[in-house]
Design a protein around this ligand. Structure first.
Ligand SMILES: C[S@@+](CC[C@H](N)C(=O)[O-])C[C@H]1O[C@@H](n2cnc3c(N)ncnc32)[C@H](O)[C@@H]1O
Length: 326
């Protein structure tokens, strides 16, 4: 009797063990799954997965800063861009500009850093270019003699002017004449890659070309020589982006920055953003094409957006836009 009871208990125990094993395994699986689910990032929110935000996104919805008229309402797709006017970090173009060097050191510093210590005017013109260059008193420019130049130079009395977009030097030479007349010893730094733009030769066939290399730079130097402005004008013959970044890194600041290079939105936006960075406190940044055909391509939109994001007021002087730094 006792043996039978014992055998029954044994059978019960082994059948219990047989059932308990898969149950324990199942509970273990459940626990693992639950832990994995809880630690996954998507588990923290019940929102559906979103597209990756653009690099300048921050916490405030764009429509809190810009009105709906800032966007093309004809497009069906909704782009949720966020930007906060107080968080300019995302618009940053370099970490931090160096401390300013003294304006008296600007020319020497740039001649050393850009030209290995030799002025680009020394031994100019080189023999291969000399016969091709014109000595003219009439230089093609765009709004290069506008009243804005005199208005701002009289007001700011600049030590350093940075011009972004020089071409043959019409506006730079005009500014040099104004500063000279006012008795200022101003350095005018002319940032231009001196390539013009693709197709520009259609309108400027008189600018000589050697093996596909248009001699815009040499003709600009010749114009500066011809107007006796080689002491106050210095070319910075590089793309606007790389040149402005370097001025910022080398602590070269300006009292006036003129923007007149690429006229599409992105070029204007980046030139204005980088130009503003090297403005001395109280300095002024300004540019052409707020009221010309080029504003359609984006200059005016870039200026408007920049002013809005930075809380600046746009002033108008002829065809030029003007922004005072804060
Ligand atoms: C409209 S012209 C400048 C005219 C000049 N401010 C004047 O009034 O006499 C534009 C100039 O910008 C230069 N440019 C355009 N994009 C540039 C860039 N990304 N970097 C450097 N120069 C650029 C062209 O080579 C051209 O000479």
């Amino acid at each position: 009797m006792k043996t039978e009871q014992h055998n029954n208990n044994k059978r019960l125990l082994s059948s219990l063990l047989r059932t308990a094993k898969p149950v324990a395994y199942f509970i273990f699986l459940l626990l693992t799954y639950a832990l994995g689910y809880l630690s996954a990032p998507s588990a923290r929110s019940s929102q559906p997965p979103q597209q990756q935000a653009p690099p300048f996104a921050s916490s405030t919805p764009l429509n809190a800063v810009f009105s709906s008229s800032d966007f093309d309402s004809t497009s069906n797709s909704v782009i949720r861009v966020t930007v906060n006017s107080t968080e300019l970090d995302s618009f940053r173009v370099t970490t931090r500009c160096a401390d300013p060097i003294s304006p008296e050191l600007v020319r020497r510093t740039l001649v050393d850093r850009l030209f290995n210590g030799t002025s680009p005017f020394s031994n100019f013109p080189p023999p291969h270019a000399a016969p091709l260059l014109r000595r003219t008193k009439k230089i093609k420019g765009w709004g290069s003699n506008g009243a804005v130049f005199e208005n701002l130079i009289r007001r700011v009395k600049p030590h350093v002017i940075v011009e972004v977009g020089t071409f043959l030097g019409a506006s730079a030479i005009h500014m040099a004449e104004l500063t000279q007349r006012l008795g200022l010893s101003t350095q005018i730094l002319c940032i231009d890659d001196f390539r013009g733009w693709a197709g520009f030769i259609d309108r400027f066939s008189k600018i000589p070309m050697v093996n596909g290399d248009v001699l815009l730079y040499f003709q600009f130097l010749m114009n500066a020589v011809n107007f006796n402005k080689t002491g106050s004008i210095l070319p910075v013959p590089f793309s606007s982006g790389s040149a402005l970044i370097k001025l910022c890194e080398w602590g070269v600041y300006a009292d006036l920055v003129e923007i007149d290079a690429g006229h599409d939105f992105f070029s204007a936006w980046s030139d204005i953003t980088r130009g503003y960075q090297i403005l001395r406190p109280g300095g002024i940044i300004f540019g052409h094409d707020y009221f010309t055909a080029a504003d359609n391509r984006g200059v005016r939109r870039a200026v408007d957006l920049f002013a809005k994001v930075n809380g600046l007021k746009i002033k108008i002087d002829g065809q030029h836009w003007v922004l005072h730094s804060t």
